[in-house]
Write a protein that binds this ligand. Sequence first.
Ligand code: NAD
Ligand code: TYD
Length: 367
Amino acid sequence: MNLLITGGAGFIGSNFVHYWREVHPADRLVVLDALTYAGNRSSLPQEDANFLFVHGDIRDRALVGKLLNDHHISVLAHFAAESHVDRSIHSPETFLDTNITGTLRLLEAAREYVASGAAPEGFRFHHVSTDEVYGSLGPEDPAFEETTPYAPNSPYAASKAASDHLVRAWHHTYGLPVTITNCSNNYGPYHFPEKLIPLMLVNILHGRPLPVYGDGMNVRDWLYVTDHCRGIEGAIRHGTPGEVYNIGGNNERPNKEIIRTLCTLIVEEFAAHPDLARRFPACPAADGRDPFGLVTHVTDRPGHDRRYAINAEKARRELGYEPKESLASGLKKTVRWYLENETWWKAVMDGSYQNWIASHYGDGAAS
Ligand code: NAD
Ligand code: TYD
């Protein structure tokens, strides 16, 4: 099978490439990625007979059409997006361009590909989306189901909701064979250090303040990225065209608890590996102190959603999906990965990253 993976140089897309190559080594993968600040070529394998990287934009319909035809694509897995809520609050327009217009162009290229008769039997357009389209939950509300009405609150969530509606409409109107997955907060390797978990890890290691929005009691359902990749694989292989599947991790936790756990794991790693104190001398754990003291409460995110929770029963029933990773095991793997891959995260924290941190948090908060 030949897959076209948009946004494959980003966090989830690159993990999906590594996952798919491991479980389906005979398949051929073509990644299309614009390499924005969030995309990193170094997160992906070198090119070989079964892996091709194309530097390009999903809004370039002619390019997408050419890739679909030239590589006789069976599955278009769509990950490419602007994905950070805080950035969407600063600059919403880029989010609408990439997430809405970009998805529209892909859908149109796929529609033409199918209509021309060039697409293989069983062609699938799989759209990767988020639980944020469903809005915010109160403490006692039931978890999001696939039938929960859309109520996006941030520019990011609104742009993803719009893209989901386009994908649905292209199925309903044109019969394009699509599936959609809406997942909770992912974490794991190759996660850009602007999102909660990698940002906190990098700041802990440098002894910098840990900027917690509001009271730190906002709840997210944390999903280890490889579990998400298995869920997407299930939707592509066993999902019914036109259907939506929620993918979650069964790990609802307040932000402060996540930070508490990361600090504990770092202290344990420093105790077990004395070289870490030499590599990261500014980390409080280097001289036996608890990094949790670095927590600094900062101004809350405007419109900050209080709680997300996923009911993944439909994916379990229809796709056989079950998350394998517990939060404890997933966070431990993640901490180890960041300790072992300092070269990767140092390289991605370039000038544009420093500018974002300084403009969003101010020089004193996290720089
Ligand atoms: P990311 O920001 O890490 O990566 C996005 C990738 O898309 C980058 O490689 C970037 O270069 C690429 N890209 C951006 N604009 C492009 C364009 N115009 N053309 C081609 N490539 C472009 O995002 P992620 O965290 O890997 O998220 C992947 C998908 O999963 C997104 O659709 C996101 O909305 C969704 N999602 C993410 C999470 C999460 O926790 N990270 C949760 C739910 C849903
Ligand atoms: P984030 O990783 O940006 O994901 P999302 O907003 O898509 O859920 O944020 C996760 C949670 O962590 C969210 O409640 C906001 C909070 N947060 C902070 O408290 N401080 C930070 O510096 C960041 C980036 C996030």
